[in-house]
Design a protein around this ligand. Structure first.
Ligand code: HEM
Length: 426
């Protein structure tokens, strides 16, 4: 059995299908015209009282960052300009309720950097940032990304058909991030399904941490084990198991939970436009604008939130201390004040930064890795699957979901390798 045979397809489908019960709480099955609603709301006013899902009239499950928080007033921002203001002011717009309720409390070991602010956030982020800079991408590529993408293709190459969401997109990020934590392929899915079970994760990580403390290796978990954190008083300490634990859960969650959806969105959009597919197949430098345009046009996580630490005003609306501000990145990314014909998917438009990876101090730590995984994945598909196209006998992919967007499924066919070796890599 090759290591990839250890991945159970049905289990992947359960864990990584936007329509499955796993995604119900974020509105996974939502199939309304989300962007038409975003457009209407943005045109009505840049900032409005209410949650995004209430404002679009969705009354099904809808939990995400900053939700449900039933006891707080909620506001939502829809324009690029107002969200940019929120991202630039992380004193007023904080990343956790603690900044409002107990501003002087010390950062607990259970907190992840996603929830911290100011100096503690910078100190924690700086511990791992060097592993995620562009210059470090060859490390990720050579150690995990390239091999994962090609192993997955080997697995379905002879079939002449695949469902790329499950057979490909879902697995590259989970294998990459678990690999960087020293987790074997046959345990990757167990980890993915137990990420919210603190006791399970703690028991699982303990022997890996002990082994790396004994003998560090060239991987991300060793970086965390060896990292030295400076305290407010200037003292320096190695991270405790609990601190590593919360770091690990955030990185494993963010690393395995987002890129597969964005890669599926980019691939589905490419395959439903045959002329674009031919253009990108012939000129691989177009993969970069394809990915950037997918992040603008359909960011997989279209909403993140902030807690308001003092009375303020945004877009002409008074916002009270204690409110939650939801930043509708999906609406801001199609703001006509910033992009011409914003609803068009156009890889030739002038490249301007979008909010697909957020902004400000908490801008996505893994954005270069995510770009690398998507670029490597799309290149490998085009290199190794001649005649790649949507399966004409299966339903075409749809982009669905409310607070998490993804392709429903991506059934494809391609020309299988010939006896003389049609596959260059095989
Ligand atoms: C296409 C894939 C991805 C998308 C669309 C995405 C999107 C985002 C966004 C929008 C934020 C900002 C959240 C906020 O404003 O509160 C964020 C933060 C973050 N992302 Fe990503 N992400 C992706 C992939 C990854 C990967 C692969 C990793 C790690 C391996 C990662 C790790 C993180 C971390 C640690 C943060 C928190 C940073 C901080 O608090 O300073 N992300 N991501």
């Amino acid at each position: 059995m090759t290591s990839i045979d250890a991945l159970d397809r049905d289990r992947i489908r359960e864990l990584f299908d936007i329509r499955s019960p796993v995604f119900e709480f974020t509105g996974g099955g939502y199939a309304g015209d989300l962007h038409a609603s975003f457009r209407e709301l943005r045109e009505r006013a840049a900032v409005q009282e209410g949650t995004v899902h209430d404002l679009i009239g969705h009354d099904g499950p809808a939990i995400f960052h900053g939700l449900p928080e039933p006891d707080r007033p909620h506001f939502s921002a829809f324009s690029f300009e107002t969200i940019d203001q929120v991202y630039r002011n992380d004193t007023i717009y904080a990343s956790s309720p603690q900044a409002v309720d107990q501003p002087d409390a010390p950062v607990g070991h259970e907190a992840s950097m996603l929830m911290m602010g100011g100096a503690p956030h910078r100190r924690y982020r700086n511990l791992v940032q060097p592993s995620f800079v562009p210059a470090k991408m060859h490390w990720w590529l050579d150690k995990w990304v390239d091999s994962s993408a090609n192993m997955l293709i080997d697995f379905f190459l002879d079939d002449g058909a695949a469902e790329l969401n499950v057979d490909f997109c879902a697995s590259i990020p989970v294998l990459t991030i678990t690999g960087s934590f020293g987790i074997a392929v046959d345990q990757a899915l167990d980890v993915r399904s137990n990420l919210h079970d603190a006791e399970w994760m703690s028991d699982f990580l303990a022997p890996i941490l002990a082994a790396r403390r004994e003998q560090p290796l060239d991987d991300l978990i060793s970086v965390l084990v060896e990292a030295e954190l400076a305290g407010d008083d200037g003292s320096v300490h190695r991270l405790s198991d609990d601190e590593i634990h919360s770091f690990a859960v955030l990185l494993l969650l963010a690393g395995s939970g987002t890129t597969w959806k964005q890669m599926g969105i980019a691939i589905a959009t490419l395959l439903t436009r045959p002329e674009l597919l031919e253009e990108v197949r012939a000129d691989r430098s177009k993969i970069k604008p394809l990915i950037e345009e997918s992040l603008r046009w359909e960011p997989t996580d279209p909403m993140f939130s902030r807690w308001v630490t003092e009375d303020t005003e945004l877009g002409g609306v008074s916002i009270p201390k204690g409110a939650v501000m939801h930043m509708c990145l999906g609406a801001a990314n199609r703001d006509p004040a910033r992009w011409d014909d914003p609803d068009e998917f156009d890889i030739h438009r002038q490249l301007k930064p979008s909010l697909g990876f957020g902004g400000g101090a908490h801008v996505c730590l893994g954005m270069h890795l995510a770009r690398l995984e998507m670029t490597t994945g799309i290149n490998a598909l085009l290199d190794r699957l001649p005649g790649l196209r949507l399966d004409p006998d299966r339903p075409a992919p749809e982009l669905i979901g409310l607070y998490e967007r993804a392709a429903s499924e991506i059934p494809v066919v391609f020309d299988p390798p010939t006896e003389n070796g049609g596959d260059q890599n095989g």
